[in-house]
Design a protein around this ligand. Structure first.
Ligand SMILES: Cc1cc2nc3c(=O)[nH]c(=O)nc-3n(C[C@H](O)[C@H](O)[C@H](O)COP(=O)(O)O)c2cc1C
Length: 369
């Protein structure tokens, strides 16, 4: 059986699929539920000096598989979290990671107490509400580094545009990276009442779930090239293929938030089993062989429209489940199903490639011919 155990910064995780900071890590009770659901590591909701006063309502689902939230951070006082929730969560036997935020002073106060209590295995600090100025981020990381001796990871916001500058500022200060946090601000509302679905002052919140997977993959792929430190991928995971993609672009582990909210906290164990089964089938004995493989691929050539490119969708029948999505989604009517076969009309096909990505079974790919 494929080995999916993961070692990160000297900490051993039974599998690389963990909770993400959010409802799945809101309390010891939720963390223990995640452990029973097969999570390989436990990350708490973000804890800060003062408990959050969370607006009501605070979570909505703007589209299938996605969430919009205004949950802020933990509503549990940090002293109570350290004294009561951490020790209870630790009874799971899994590595425990505290998510902390936000200012240098906040991190110094909470970090010191966590260090004294020897309560967790690592700390992930969130920069969600502190902007993206590299010097400021460095000051935040330093304040934590000065008071704890366990591994610290920075959880990056997708608002960061100059990732290189951020990595240059933080690389000596942190032991790893987590990417990405939710995206926004974002808005949704009811057209009858004109009421936003969220109760925050401006009705806005943060978007997560399946729509943000490509953004998360972009960050992890880029971080893997910028740093030698481990990178933990989070954002948009809902099926095993998404986990595989994160590992292929370089993730040492992944975290799941929205899907665990929408489908329950058994998703971690299910995905871990599916990952191991997939690796067995594909002959990957261990995660190290898979990790970063995307970077070692043959680089694809760039094709330009209008230069006689003979690149067309090709169907791989062993993978096809005849769902017809390719036929329905082709705006140009170039694919039809005749006599138990999909036929491509090259006159109509504009080689846009949409059908190859829309296929749920990866049965279509672009091929030069
Ligand atoms: C309801 C909710 C609460 C969240 N709370 C936190 C939090 O306290 N701290 C944090 O760093 N990220 C928080 N996040 C962001 C998630 O940890 C994660 O980065 C993001 O949702 C993307 O992953 P996903 O697509 O699997 O949900 C929260 C997300 C959701 C949906």
């Amino acid at each position: 059986m494929a080995d999916i155990q993961t070692e990160l910064c000297g900490i051993n995780f039974p599998n690389p699929i963990w909770t993400a900071a959010g409802p799945g890590g809101a309390s010891a009770e939720k963390l223990l539920e995640a452990a029973r659901g097969g999570a390989g590591g436990l990350v708490t909701k973000t804890i800060s000096v003062s408990a959050a006063r969370v607006p009501i309502p605070n979570i909505s689902s703007p589209s299938p598989g996605s969430l919009l939230n205004a949950e802020l951070w933990s509503e549990i006082d940090h002293d109570k979290f350290i004294a009561e929730e951490f020790p209870k969560a630790k009874t799971s036997g899994l590595p425990l990671v505290a998510s902390l935020g936000y200012s240098p002073e906040d991190l110094r106060i909470v970090g010191k107490k966590i260090q004294q209590a020897q309560a967790v295995d690592a700390i992930e600090f969130s920069i969600h509400y502190v902007g993206k100025d590299p010097e400021n981020l460095q000051a935040i990381a330093r304040s934590l580094r000065e008071v704890v001796d366990i591994p610290i990871w920075v959880k990056l916001s997708p608002a960061i545009l100059d990732l290189q500058a951020v990595v240059e500022a933080l690389d000596d200060m942190v032991d790893g990276y987590v990417a990405i946090n939710s995206v926004g601000p974002a808005l949704d509302f009811n057209i009858q009442t004109l009421q936003p679905h969220l109760g925050s002052a401006d009705g806005r919140g943060w978007l997560s779930g399946r729509a943000i997977l490509p953004l998360g993959l972009h960050f992890v792929e880029h971080l893997y090239r910028l740093t030698k430190k481990p990178v933990i991928g989070v954002g948009g995971i809902r099926r095993v293929e998404d986990v595989i993609k994160y590992i292929m672009v370089g993730a040492s582990a992944v975290q799941i938030c929205s899907m665990a909210v929408l489908r329950g906290q058994t998703v971690y164990g299910q995905l871990a089993q599916e990952l191991s089964d997939w690796m067995d089938k594909q002959n990957y004995p261990m995660l190290e062989v898979l990790r970063g493989i995307y970077h070692r691929r043959q680089k694809h050539p760039m094709y330009l429209l209008g230069e006689g490119t003979q690149l067309y969708p090709e169907i791989s029948y062993p993978h096809c489940k005849y769902c017809d999505l390719c036929v329905k989604s082709c705006m140009h009517g170039a694919i039809s199903f005749i006599d138990k076969e999909y036929l491509l009309n090259r006159e109509k096909c504009v080689k846009c490639g949409l059908c190859t990505s829309i296929c749920p079974y990866d049965a279509l790919y672009m091929k030069e011919s």
